[in-house]
Design a binder for this molecule. Structure first.
Ligand SMILES: [Cu+2]
Length: 535
C-alpha cells in the first residue's frame, strides 16, 4: 500500500484518538505534552450492534405553491428548517449535539420522480453562534462575516443557477431561500447539503445533509428491490469527546485552526454507530452515500461475500458489476445489490478496511424467491472524444509551508476571487483533463452536469511542475467497470491525469466545481465556472 499524506494523517488522527484513551503510558505522556490534544472517545470500547439501523424519514410536502416558471401550474412545496438538535449515536452515549435539516440527523429523504418539479423553502433556524472552530483566515469566513451562514446545494441535480446554492448565496439565522428543482433528469440518488463559503466543512461536520431520490420508469421496469428492501446507507466519520460530543480537530495555531483533512474513528451510518439491520434471506438494494469530510471508504463484508454494484452517482450502470470491495470517495454514491439468500440465519459484518461499520442479521427460514438480477440495466452510450469542442488542462495544486504542511489548495493555481476562466457553451461538450501532481486523491465534483470518465494516466510530477512537460509513465487506463456510468464526482488520483468528457446541458449561469474533501474545498480548492449561451 502506498502511504500518501492522507493515509498518514488518517493514521495520525486515529493515533490522536488512541492517545486520548490513555491506554499506553508512554503515549499518554506524549499526549499531555501537547496541550491542544483533545480528549477523544475510543469507540472500540463501545458495545457493537446494539442499535438498529435508522432509516431517515421521507420528507413531506406542505401543500402546493405556484411554479416560478408557469404560475398557472402548482408544485409540491416543502419547508425544511436547519436547526440544532441532539441525537443519540449509540445506546451507551448521551445525545450528541448536531445541526440538522429537520428534527433528526441525517435530514429527511426526498422522494420524487423525473420530470416532476418541486419547491423547497430552506430555512436557517440555526443559533447565532457556531459550535465548531471557524478559521477567520480562510476566504469567505473573515471576522466581518456572520459566524452562522448556510446555503443548500442539491448535489447531482440539474438546477437553475439561482437555486443551485452558490457558496456566496448564504443566509443568516432567521432567513430563508425558496429553491426550485426541475428534476428533469434520469433516476439517481442525489443529496442535499450545506455549501456556505469558508465554513462548509464545519456545517457538514455538524450534520447539514440528507438524501434526495429521483425515480423513473426505466428503473421501475427492472423490478429492483424496493420499499423496505431498498435502504439508504449514509456514511460519515466523526471524532467524539468522551461525553459523546462532536470533536473537530484544529491546528496548534489558534489564529488559523484549519487542518488539511479531518478523520474520525467513529463511522456513523444513518445516525448510528455500529448499527445492525435485520434482513430477510433475499436481495436488498443499498444506496450508499459517502457524506464524510475527507474519508475514502473501502467497504467489504468480513466474510468476503460478493455483491453487485448497479449504479453510480448519476444512476444505473449499463450492467451489474460483481464486486467484493467498494471504494467510495466523499460526495460519491454507489447503488448496490446484496443477496442475503445464501446467508440465512447468519450474520454479515460490513467493514471499512479492517474497521467494523455495521452488521446485517439474516433471518432463518426459506429464502424468498425474488427473480434474478437483470443482466442489462440502462444503456450509457459512450460519448466519442470527437464530440468535444475543447480540452481544458486543469491542475490540482497543493501549497505547503516550510515545515511541509499544506496551507492551501487551489484549482488551476487560481483563487476563488480570480476572474472566471472556464466558460463552456450551453449544449457543447468538453474534455476536462484534471492534472494531479499532488500525493492525494481528490474527488472532483462539477455542479449542474453529469459526465463520463475517459481514462487515467500516470505522469512524472516533477517534470510537469518544473517545466510543464508531460512524461507519462504508462498507458492511459480506462475507468473501472463500476465507474463506467454517468458520474458527477470523479476520483482524480495522485500523479495521474484524469480525463472526463462533459456535456454542458441545462442552464446558462454561474456554477462551481471543487474538490469534495471539504477541508480542501473551503481552503480554496473550489472555482466558479460559467455556462454561457451560444453566440
Ligand atoms: Cu482535494
Amino acid at each position: 500500500m502506498v502511504i500518501t499524506r492522507r493515509t498518514f494523517l488518517e493514521r495520525s488522527s486515529l493515533l490522536a484518538a488512541t492517545l486520548a484513551t490513555g491506554k499506553n503510558r508512554f503515549l499518554e505522556t506524549m499526549a499531555h505534552a501537547v496541550p491542544t490534544m483533545p480528549v477523544a472517545l475510543d469507540v472500540t470500547t463501545l458495545a457493537q450492534f446494539v442499535d438498529p439501523l435508522p432509516v431517515p424519514d421521507i420528507a413531506r410536502s406542505q401543500g402546493q405553491r405556484p411554479s416560478p416558471g408557469d404560475p398557472k401550474r402548482s408544485l409540491p412545496f416543502y419547508r425544511i428548517r436547519a436547526q440544532a438538535i441532539a441525537s443519540k449515536v449509540h445506546r451507551d452515549l448521551p445525545p450528541t449535539k448536531f445541526w440538522s435539516f429537520g428534527t433528526s440527523m441525517p435530514g429527511p429523504t426526498f422522494e420524487t420522480r423525473s420530470g416532476e418539479p418541486l419547491l423547497v423553502e430552506w430555512v436557517n433556524g440555526l443559533p447565532n453562534e457556531h459550535f465548531l472552530p471557524i478559521d477567520h483566515t480562510i476566504h469567505g469566513a473573515e471576522e466581518d462575516k456572520p459566524a452562522v451562514r448556510t446555503v443548500v446545494h442539491l448535489h447531482g441535480a440539474k438546477t437553475p443557477p439561482e437555486s443551485d446554492g452558490y457558496p456566496e448565496d448564504w443566509i443568516v439565522p432567521g432567513k430563508s431561500s425558496l429553491y426550485y428543482y426541475p428534476n428533469q433528469q434520469e433516476a439517481a440518488m442525489l443529496w442535499y447539503h450545506d455549501h456556505a463559503l469558508g465554513i462548509n466543512r464545519l456545517n457538514m461536520y455538524a450534520g447539514l445533509f440528507g438524501a434526495f431520490f429521483i425515480r423513473d420508469g426505466v428503473e421501475e421496469a427492472l423490478a429492483l428491490p424496493k420499499g423496505k428492501y431498498e435502504v439508504p446507507l449514509i456514511l460519515y466519520d466523526r471524532l467524539l469527546t468522551r461525553e459523546g460530543q462532536l470533536l473537530y480537530l484544529v491546528s496548534p495555531d489558534p489564529k488559523s485552526p484549519w487542518l488539511p483533512e479531518i478523520f474520525g474513528n467513529a463511522i456513523v451510518v444513518n445516525g448510528k454507530l455500529f448499527p445492525y439491520l435485520e434482513v430477510e434471506p433475499r436481495r436488498y438494494r443499498f444506496r450508499v452515500l459517502n457524506a464524510s469530510n475527507a474519508r475514502f471508504y473501502h467497504l467489504s463484508f468480513a466474510n468476503e461475500a460478493p455483491f453487485h454494484q448497479i449504479g453510480t452517482d448519476q444512476g444505473l450502470l449499463p450492467a451489474p458489476v460483481p464486486l467484493t470491495e467498494l471504494e467510495i470517495a466523499p460526495g460519491e454514491r454507489a447503488d448496490l445489490v446484496v443477496d442475503f439468500s445464501e446467508h440465512r440465519g447468519g450474520q454479515l459484518v460490513l467493514k471499512n478496511n479492517a474497521v467494523v461499520v455495521m452488521q446485517f442479521r439474516v433471518s432463518p427460514g426459506k429464502a424468498v424467491e425474488t427473480g434474478s438480477l437483470p443482466s442489462a440495466l440502462r444503456p450509457v452510450p459512450k460519448i466519442p472524444e470527437s464530440k468535444a469542442v475543447a480540452t481544458r488542462l486543469l491542475t490540482l495544486d497543493e501549497f505547503v509551508n516550510k515545515a511541509g504542511n499544506p496551507v492551501m489548495l487551489l484549482l488551476n493555481a487560481s483563487h476563488w476571487k480570480h476572474p472566471v476562466t472556464e466558460k463552456p457553451v450551453l449544449g457543447s461538450t468538453e474534455i476536462w483533463s484534471l492534472i494531479n501532481p499532488t500525493s492525494d486523491s481528490h474527488p472532483i465534483h462539477l455542479h449542474l452536469v453529469r459526465f463520463q470518465i475517459l481514462d487515467r494516466q500516470t505522469f512524472e510530477p516533477w517534470l510537469f511542475q518544473t517545466k510543464r512537460e508531460f512524461h507519462f509513465l504508462g498507458p492511459a487506463e480506462p475507468p473501472d467497470p463500476s465507474e463506467a456510468g454517468w458520474k458527477d464526482t470523479v476520483r482524480a488520483h495522485p500523479r495521474m491525469v484524469t480525463r472526463i468528457i462533459v456535456p454542458f446541458e441545462g442552464f446558462t449561469g454561474r456554477y462551481v466545481w471543487h474538490c469534495h474533501i471539504l477541508e480542501h474545498e473551503d481552503n480554496e480548492m473550489m472555482r466558479p465556472y460559467e455556462v454561457i449561451a451560444a453566440a
